[in-house]
Design a protein around this ligand. Structure first.
Ligand code: F6P
Length: 431
């Protein structure tokens, strides 16, 4: 990925960062880079994720999915980092396999998703690093039951990706299911380039080597200066802008295929950096669609936002047909791609003209190689930002709190957090 931070400079935007401040920040980037490299060399928790391009074995993943390689549909059961990386990859790339992601336990929705696929031709991909996440395990039990009710042997059609030990690992062994490991030291939201994110891509027949190669190229660009490393330029700029008042980061891909990527980014940014009363709030949007719903706020609302555009330089295109309507004649000389490109450029310029900071992240196109680079680049940006904020980017204690409370409420053990639910303050207003 390439990054253009020009529109985040103080000479363009407010809040913005001056060139002098950026130079000073670059010294801290150099120190952070050394810390990151040490973490990678020692395979420390979290930092180890940046070694995935070298560690992930595409052949192992393909062997595991081989029994279901001709499935018409794949149901991936996982949540958060155990779903969003895989969903980002398969939503971004064209594939013939119908993809269903069960990352919610809304019963009506789960039922409708299950009814949308031919179970006898469908494979199951269960993903949970801990092997204990209530939503994932509950959905798996529901899916298993639906397969049994339809007379389909789920054990022939299920792949499990999980940690070394735990209930899901035991279950895989009991039923002799193909099992892939969530690599050690890799938190869920940093695991897209491991079996966690790549099983679905393998079933869809995507080029796993190219995904990893794109990530490897990005890894090779990590260096001690933000001016030489797009990932660090992004991480350092967002950190600097947050410190100057842009506490919201609106991620706007200008490609429908990258809509899920914005969801993945939101988890990465929120769960990694939202600590110790710090962190930038990620917002998801989509170009051009959300120009007509959110842009007004981004250009004229409070000066508390950084807008991040992600745009491919190349895409397949479609001509806009000529028309007899005179006022629309100008469209007939263009393509949908040119219209989208013009809207992107215009939106970027409109924000800059209003002094609103924005950053452009460019991809060559949306393919496996570029996607691997984007995922890796944003992970490295996030790790760098974590260093600059001095927070642990690799844990999520606040999420664990609610997980414990839920288990306590369902009788899954004694959890003090569950007591807080009964202590809720109410001020009801009724009809
Ligand atoms: O893979 P697991 O253990 O099921 O966890 C799923 C998700 O739950 C979290 O721990 C918290 O929501 C995420 O970090 C993680 O991606």
């Amino acid at each position: 990925m390439d990054v253009d931070i020009g529109n985040a400079l103080a000479s363009v935007a407010s809040p913005g960062i001056s060139r002098e401040a950026l130079d000073r920040l670059d010294e801290r980037v150099g120190q952070a880079h050394e810390r990151i490299e040490t973490g990678r060399e020692n395979h420390e928790h979290g930092y180890a994720a940046l070694n995935l391009p070298e560690r992930t074995d595409p052949d192992e993943i393909r062997r595991a999915v081989d029994p279901v390689a001709d499935a018409e549909a794949l149901i991936t059961i996982g949540i958060g980092g155990s779903a969003l990386g895989a969903a980002t990859i398969v939503d971004a790339l064209e594939g013939d396999t119908e993809m269903v992601f069960l990352d919610n336990v809304d019963p009506e929705w789960v039922t409708s998703r299950l009814e949308s696929v031919p179970l006898a031709e469908t494979a199951i991909n269960v993903v949970s690093k801990s092997g204990t996440t209530a939503e994932t395990l509950a959905n798996f039990l529901v899916v298993r039951d639906a397969f049994e009710a339809a007379g389909v042997d789920w054990t022939e059609r299920t792949i499990v990706t999980t940690g070394e030990a735990g209930p899901l690992s035991d279950l895989a062994e009991r039923h002799d299911l193909p099992k892939l490991r969530v690599p050690d030291g890799v938190p869920g939201r940093f695991s897209a380039l491991s079996p966690v994110g790549m099983v679905a891509a393998a079933v869809a027949g995507h080029d796993l080597e190219a995904l990893l190669e794109g990530a490897r190229t990005e890894a090779e660009s990590l260096s001690g200066s933000l001016f030489e490393c797009p990932a660090y330029a992004y991480g350092a700029t967002t950190y600097a802008l947050d410190g100057r008042g842009a506490g919201i980061n609106a991620m706007i891909p200008y490609a429908e295929s990258l809509e899920t990527y914005a969801e993945w980014f939101a988890q990465l940014w929120a769960e990694s950096l939202g600590k110790d009363d710090l962190g930038q709030t990620p917002v998801r949007a989509l170009g051009v669609t959300d120009q007509h719903s959110q842009l007004q706020l981004y250009r004229a609302g409070p000066r508390d936002k950084l807008v991040t555009f992600v745009a491919p330089r190349e895409r397949s295109d479609r001509a806009i047909p000529d028309t007899e309507v005179e006022e629309l004649a100008y469209l007939g000389d263009s393509t949908l791609g040119e219209l989208l490109e013009a809207e992107f450029e215009a939106t970027e310029a409109s924000l800059a003209a209003a002094g609103r900071p924005n950053v452009r992240v460019e991809l060559e196109t949306v393919d496996e190689y570029e996607l691997g680079g984007l995922l890796y680049g944003m992970e490295a940006s996030c790790v760098l930002a974590g260093e600059l904020y001095s927070v642990n980017a690799f844990n999520q204690p606040a999420v664990e709190w609610a997980k414990n409370a839920t288990r306590g409420l369902l009788g899954g053990g004694e959890f003090a957090e569950a007591d807080a639910v009964a202590e809720k303050t109410t001020l009801r207003v009724e009809r």
